[in-house]
Design a protein around this ligand. Sequence first.
Ligand code: F6R
Length: 240
Amino acid sequence: MQIVLCESVDHVGARAADIIEARVRQGPAVLGLATGGSPRSTYQELIRRHRGEQLSFSQVTGFTLDEYAGLPPEHGQSYYSTIRREFVDHVDLPLDRLFTPQGDAPDLVAEADRYDAAIAAAGGVDIQILGIGANGHIGFNEPTSSLASRTRVKTLAGATRADNARFFSDGDVPRLCLTQGLGTIREAKLAVLLATGENKAAAVRAMVEGPVSAHCPASVLQLHRRAVVILDSGAAAQLS
Ligand code: F6R
């Protein structure tokens, strides 16, 4: 696990964008796309480079990391809508190559299997962009998730629903989700995890310095062949 310390949220975004740009300029690439606050500065920097430096995403395929169960893709808080609003609609990534687990699929178990198969059929993820929850989750793999898990239906932790209530006008966050599993995430050729702010410091410490344990799902990245963790000083505050 490589740790990169940055002085600001914008620098975190720029470092991550450097890694993604280098891969995207090589040719066809598959990106795993997290949503949430952590990758926002990265997406903004990539959009800036698309507009100002001819960085093209026309040969990129995107797979979101997770999706709320029960929400149709067009719901304003679905992760499909979110990733379009925050990144994809501002670059030239073709919409027919943006994939997300379908939250309103009639058979969520089959949908989860279909999603894992679609990732494999695309040749696997080249760069998986990740955030980390204050409880150590990645994707929606909450504490006690199997380290070998595949894309599947999960129940959101109460703390995660409370964290995300700010995005729902009625505060009514879905209880279930579809998420890439920890085993799925581990298969990405490169994992880039972004964390900013002191509220992530304890989770970052557990991920980097704690034992590999399902109690901190992000600690599975210690076993990853190539994981880069990009932190601002707040998120790095508890590292020894
Ligand atoms: C988002 C996701 C989550 C977030 C995590 C951190 O697709 O899977 O694991 O990355 O909850 O959220 P933020 O970045 O909003 O602090």
